[in-house]
Design a protein around this ligand. Sequence first.
Ligand SMILES: NC(=O)c1ccc[n+]([C@@H]2O[C@H](COP(=O)([O-])OP(=O)(O)OC[C@H]3O[C@@H](n4cnc5c(N)ncnc54)[C@H](OP(=O)(O)O)[C@@H]3O)[C@@H](O)[C@H]2O)c1
Length: 236
Amino acid sequence: MEIKDKVVLITGASRGIGRELVRAFLEAGASRVYAGARRPGDKTDDARIVPIELDVSSSESIQKAQKRAADTQILVNNAGVLEFGNLLEAPRDSFRRNLEVNLWGNLDMDRAFVPVLESNGGGGIVNILTLLSLVSAPGMSAYNASKAAAWSVALSLRATLSGRGIEVFNVFPGAVDTDMLAGVEMPKTSASAVANSIVRGVASGAEDIFPDPMSESVYATWKQDHKAVEKQFASM
Ligand SMILES: NC(=O)c1ccc[n+]([C@@H]2O[C@H](COP(=O)([O-])OP(=O)(O)OC[C@H]3O[C@@H](n4cnc5c(N)ncnc54)[C@H](OP(=O)(O)O)[C@@H]3O)[C@@H](O)[C@H]2O)c1
């Protein structure tokens, strides 16, 4: 989809992939980017960046953002949390916290902003999911569950919006070098490279985006033999 002159709202833009997406959308020609953050700064070095307060786990905060960013044309559901823990031992509250942001946060943002996008003539919704939406790693059970459910919501969203002028893009990164995976030793792609790849994917109209070498390679195998990928991730 065309990004030039579009108004974009990105959740979780304070750091990591979200912060790089702000830059990448501007470089692709967006006219304004609302940088949603729980604790936004009040200054930016670029007048096209508009910091707004946005906690996706708070309906009050979402309502305020909906009014503040009423000219949004592309919504990027990027905010996310990851808590480690295996299925039998992770506290139930850990599941609740992961679902709160990764599932309900996306769903509530979609419900609030579909009418906004429609009133602005249509647009796009970009969901930052993960390879762990497709396959589970046992040490991240709450995150897996939340992101698999978020993928399901994203697919329902795409079906629901079919023919209504809003494109839905689902993004499945592999390991990215941000705070989220700090302390996990494995090959990771930089957040800036991943953000560039996501924006290129959206611009090219790719519905499903695998934005780094790990995600491309795992997806290629998954398409051929998802049981092999299941076994590989189970041993992580
Ligand atoms: N890193 C990876 O390897 C990887 C791989 C696949 C997918 N992803 C996905 O990519 C997205 C971005 O992750 P990241 O790697 O950039 O992680 P990150 O560096 O930990 O950043 C997470 C972002 O989400 C925000 N956030 C958390 N809870 C929020 C809430 N309730 N409301 C609004 N914002 C909230 C954080 O804001 P604060 O600064 O206020 O905490 C921060 O801006 C996530 O959806 C994640 O699941 C990451």
